[in-house]
Structures are given as structure tokens and as C-alpha cells.
Design a protein around this ligand. Sequence first.
Ligand code: BGC
Ligand code: NOJ
Length: 811
Amino acid sequence: MNYGHFDDKNREYVITNPKTPYPWINYLGNDDFFSLTSNTAGGYTFYKDAKFRRLTRYRYNNIPIDNGGKYFYIKDGGTTWSPGWKPVKTELDHYECRHGMSYTKFKSSKNELEAEVVQFIPIGFWGEIQKVSLKNTSSVKKDIKLFSFIEWCLWNAEDDMTNFQRNFSTGEVEVKDSVIYHKTEFKERRNHYAFYSVNETIQGFDTDRETFLGLYNDLDKPDVVGEGHSKNSLAHGWSPIASHYLEIELPPGAEKELIFMLGYVEVEKDQKWESKLVINKQPAQKMISAFDTTEKVDRALEELRIYWDNLLGKVSIKSKDPRLDRMVNIWNQYQCMVTFNMSRSASFFESGIGRGMGFRDSNQDLIGFVHQIPERARERIVDIASTQFEDGSCYHQYQPLTKKGNAAVGGNFNDDPLWLILSTTAYIKETGDYSLLEEMVPFDNDASRAKPHFEHLKASFYHVVENLGPHKLPLIGRADWNDCLNLNCFSEDPNESFQTTENEKGGVAESLMIAGLFVVYGKEHVKLCRQIGKDKEADEAQLYVEAMIDAVEEHGWDGEWYLRAYDHFGKKIGTSENEEGKIFIESQGWCSMAEIGKDKGMVEKSLNAVKEHLDCDYGIVLNYPAFTKYYIEYGEISTYPAGYKENGGIFCHNNPWIMIAETQLGRGDRAFEYYSKIAPSYLEDLSELHKVEPYVYCQMIAGKEANKPGEAKNSWLSGTASWNFYAITQYILGIRPDYQGLIIDPCIPKAWDGFRMIRTFREATYDIDISNPDHVSKGIKQIFVNGNPLEGNLIPLLAKGKVHQIKVVMG
Ligand code: BGC
Ligand code: NOJ
């Protein structure tokens, strides 16, 4: 069963049934100010940091699941309804929720009254706009009562949901004209407030939640709405809200447009007050007047559309498969922007208070984003690198507001440093901007300890070299990419977290995944050193890479596949000798991508083993057989029920590693089969089982040993977005930026006749037409650049500002 459909022309997913199997959400905002919004208007807003600057309240794991948001109540005669269906849940005559690029549009009708609500955040603006239109399509006059509703969060989202002894006494608001101001803690250390306005004279308002709702009511039946007029309540403590009340007369055929704004204001310390305890409203007024007419709002919406035209125009394809085109051209790129902005902080599965920007996560997110806004990618790389230590180790995360690293989700993950080489080299290949390597970047956020960024890469590389175990393989530390493979943890206490609990001294447990990762990014490091003339550095590094290859060949091979690790006692993990967890995806992916032992057939065997043991109908599972009991020496991985998360789940982030490795072997059919198994647009018809949005990737799909294989969780914020974009565009479609130009190296299903990609690269446009007359997966017969034959498959840098015709014949 489908709950909607793709509208590719408008770049929207159109939900036509509000009762989706899970809330299907969208993100508004692109730089500092963000909102999450579900298909029934649930969600919340924050400035920069979902934990420290939460503007509106949201209760996670609520009953029902998505309760609370930015709601409208329309009272038309005896019928009350909401344009987003919730919270009132009156059966609508028509319901439509269009999630588009940074905006969401609700279009509904009831009893010949049409309502449209468009929510978005103008570019560079610290406020969300809700454009509300009401139209009377009946032949009689209607007297409509409209109530808005949001609930303020007292800024720090974590404190807001725990510290009630204080918070129930701190809430403060002001109301002036049609604007409701939220100023809790403004009189102490906060130099910011929020406001909710409408561009029309209101007939009343409420700011006290219990007055508006009634203590015993749910959001679907507020007292005020029932009684048909607001009570002009002023909140003092308890739970401040903002609700406007408007009476609207609509003759037959008449239409009314209103502009609501939820804004955030920061003021200078000496500019806070207008008079005693009365806040300075000037900055808010300025924001309101910037969007007080429909024309101004429509212009901003149009700017947003153009903004996305530009961003998405940088890579676009035309194939014969609309499901593929819409992933590459629209949704996968969109999700890459969202993960770039959010890291793993705020979604309907990440509460906004748990995790900030992850070191490894944000580095990886960049490979799907760097072509969109390279300047922001560069800034991000510097922010991340600034949280590193001189020995290459790093904080696992930092908060976006302060940009300072912290240990709240642990540290000592020995894969972390290497991802900085991935992001940096991806950035330079995309832009040609080597100056990043010279930028002075602090260690541990301490400017006095700054060194050129290149030294950070070197520190990353040598962090592995200096942390080898008994088999000369990388020590795993707390864990590698797999947060749940906690080999030095030995936790017996259910009250401690696997992420932060103190580890045993670990000088034995080694990771084959880091070994493969080191060979891949070690080679990249060597290549970069050569690019910038550091040949001595390159020669030295090369020796360490070769030594690692030898160590894997000697100690990392199980006969049919690569081992996963050695545990704290030096015992093998991921071997056919074990009863459970015989084979793991991560080391197959990385050691295969590193091509370790390729000449000895190891890569081919490893990938065949993946097909045989890990692949299933819904994707490639992480390990097999999944663990069915708790192994104290393995840690969190064995806490999950079989088939879920890191224990036998289809962890979509790592499937592209296998896709890429398959393309390196030339097996395009298999690579694409893996791609289409987890790409959301291919799963649309499975929505009932899959549950989460059919337009974005999720982190995990339940694996073959799970209770409900194919059921997905944790949509949106996952490295899955960038890795899949990277795998499909750069390895399957095979158009890959490199230091000196664009590499053309497709590896596609044999049945394909070809495809076309338009790629902006270093300010030139490459219009690449690929034909496949011999129906091969890989291999190039001839390339023509603007009509001239080219030797090899590297298209050199071509004149900027021009469109270049590239004809590629495979064979
Ligand atoms: C999850 C991981 C996650 C980690 C971070 C674990 O419980 O399984 O996927 O990265 O928590 O806190
Ligand atoms: C989610 C985390 O965000 C990511 O860093 C990690 O690699 C995966 N879980 C796998 O454990």
C-alpha cells in the first residue's frame, strides 16, 4: 500500500493519507535556524543547537508517537478541524502534505472550506514562516475562527524536560499587538528571546497552556477552541505557549491569507530592555516587517526554490529509471544537506539532546555534500579538525553552538582520525583548493596550539601507525566504526553506558576494519603528499601502508573472507571457527576496497562470501549469524536482539562499501542490485512493512534473522545518505572528481544502454553522455571531449563557465 507519491517536477513527496505507518517528516532551514515537521504538523524548532537553543517543546516517545507541534485549529460552524489533520483529527474531505526542498505544504479541505499552510525558513533568516490561506468554496458566507498553537521550550531542551522544580516558576511572556514574546530567563544571562506573530489584528490570545487546553484535555480538544474564544491568559511560570485567535469573515468564493512568524532574536547586552522589564522589541519588529505581505513571502519561497535549483543542478542524471533519477537528482542530495546540517542531533529518532556533531560522522557526511557548498564544507573540516589532539586522537563529538569537543559520548575510537583524510581529500579533489592544507588549525580548540591543517592529516595517519597490536594490526581502542564492538569494555553493570564506561587497558584487541580503512586512506595520504611535493613524507608513509597490507594478508584472512578483529585475549572475531558472528561486513568492505590480496583472489572470495552469507532480500546484514547471547568480551553488539542494529541488522551505512568494492571488481549488476535493495524510492510499495519515509534513507532495516525482516528504523540522520550518494555517483555511475580532472569509470548493469550526467566541476559544466552498445558493465572504448578523442579516462580541467560535451562509449 502506498501513502503518497513522488512529484518529481516539483521535487516533492506528496502524502495523501495522514495515517502513515510512522510520522514522515521534513526539515526546514539551511544554515542557522531549523525546524522538523511531520506530515501531521508535529515537530519543533531550534536555533543552531537542538539541545541548547530549543524554541518550541517536543515530547519524544509520546503517546501517540507524534503529539505536539505547530498546530492550527479551524472552527467553521459546528466543525473543528486542522489543516494537517492533527491535532483535531477530524476526517477531512481532502488532505495532502507536500514535503519539498526545505518547505512543507499542507492542503486540505472540509465542508467547502480550503486551507493551505506553507511552512518554511527563508534563506539566512532566523524565523519560520507559516503562510496560511483559507478559501470559502461554498455559496454561503462563513464566519471562521482560527486558533494557532505552539508550546515554548525553556531553551535548554534537556533541562526543560527534567528540571521541573525550577522551570515551573521561570516562564515569562509578553504580548503586544499581534505578537507573543517568549522571554524566559531574559532577565538573567540570556540575551535572546523568541516570538510568534501574525500579520493581522487578533481578537485574542493565550499564553498559559492550562488555560488554553484545560488541565484534563489533550491537544485535540482545547477548552478555548471548544468555547470559541480565547481567554487572553498571561503565563507566569508553568508552561508558556503562544496561541493567536482570529475571527475571519469569508463571503462565498473569498480567500484570506495570513502570515505567521516564529522568530528568534539576539540582542546586545545593553540593548535588552525598552523599559523596566519590557523587552526591546525592535529587532523582532524588523524581522516581522521583512515578511509582512504575501508578495514578500512568495519572493522568499521563490528564492528558496532557486537556491535548491542551484544546489541540485551541480550533479544530475538522466537514466531510464525514474526511481534512480529521483534519488540522485533530488532526495539523496537533499538528505546529504540535512545530515551535513544536523549530524546525528535531531530527527524523530535522535532527540536533539543526545549527540552533537560527530567527528567520524561529520567527516563522512561531507562526501555527499562537498560539491554542493564547498565553502561550508571547508569550514566544517576546520571545525572538526580543531577538536583533534596532537597525537591524532580526538573528541568523538562537539556541540554546534560552542564548537568545542566533549567526551559526552565517549572517546578513544581508533577509526575516528582517519575519516579526516577522507573529507579533506574529497574537498581538495572537488575544489582544487590546496590552501586548506596550510590553514592554521588548533588542536583541542586551543588557538595557541594551532598548526597547518596538513599536520592534522599526518597526525591522523600516524595515530594508527603508533597504535598497533600484537599482529601489527590497528588497535581498536574503545571501538571502531562499529560503536558496539566494545572489545575492551567488559561491562557487567546495566547502569553504565557502553560508550562511556571505563575500559580495560587495551593493548591487544585489533580491528581489521581499521586496517582496511588505513590502507585506503593511507594510500590517499601518500597520493596527497605527492600532489603537494612532499615526496619524502609520501615514501615513508607508503612503507607503513605496505606493512599493513602484509599484516592483513598474514593475520587477517580466514580462508574465505577477512577476519573482523582480534579480541582482548587475542582470539579471532569473524571466523568460520566461531559459532556466532562468523563473518562481518565492515572488514569485507574496507579490506576489499583496499584491494588487499586481490592478486591472490582474496577480494573476490570475500565479496562472494558477502553474497552468500550476508545478503538477504532487504539488503546486506552486518554480521552472520547474529549473536543470540551476551558476550561480555564483545560488548554492546551482543546486547541487541538478533537481526537488529549492529547485531545482524542491515546497517545501510556500510552497504555502499560493498557496492564500491564490487565496482572495483567490475561487477556492475551486483553493485546495482545492492544499491536498489536499500534505496528508499525502490521501497515505496513496501511502505507498510518498511514504515519510514520512502524518500530518505534510514540507518537500519531489520535483517534476515530479525522478528520482522525489512522493517526500518532511524530514518534521515545516518552516514547512509552520503555513502550511497558517493557510491552511486562516483563508483556505479562512475564519475569521480580527482586532483587533475574528472575520472570516467562507470560500472553499471549490463542491460543498461547508458545514461547521461551533467556535472559541475571546478566551475565548468560537463555534459556527459554515456552509451553502452556492447552491454558491458565496465570498460571504456572511447571518450570524445568536445568532439576530440581523449586518451585514457581522465577528463582534464576544461574552461570555466562553459558547457563541455563529453561522449563516452563503453565496451
Ligand atoms: C548504537 C549505535 C550508536 C551509538 C551511539 C549505540 O547504542 O547502536 O548505532 O552509534 O549507540 O551512541
Ligand atoms: C551510528 C553512529 O553515528 C556512527 O558513528 C557509527 O559508525 C554507527 N552507528 C555504527 O555503530
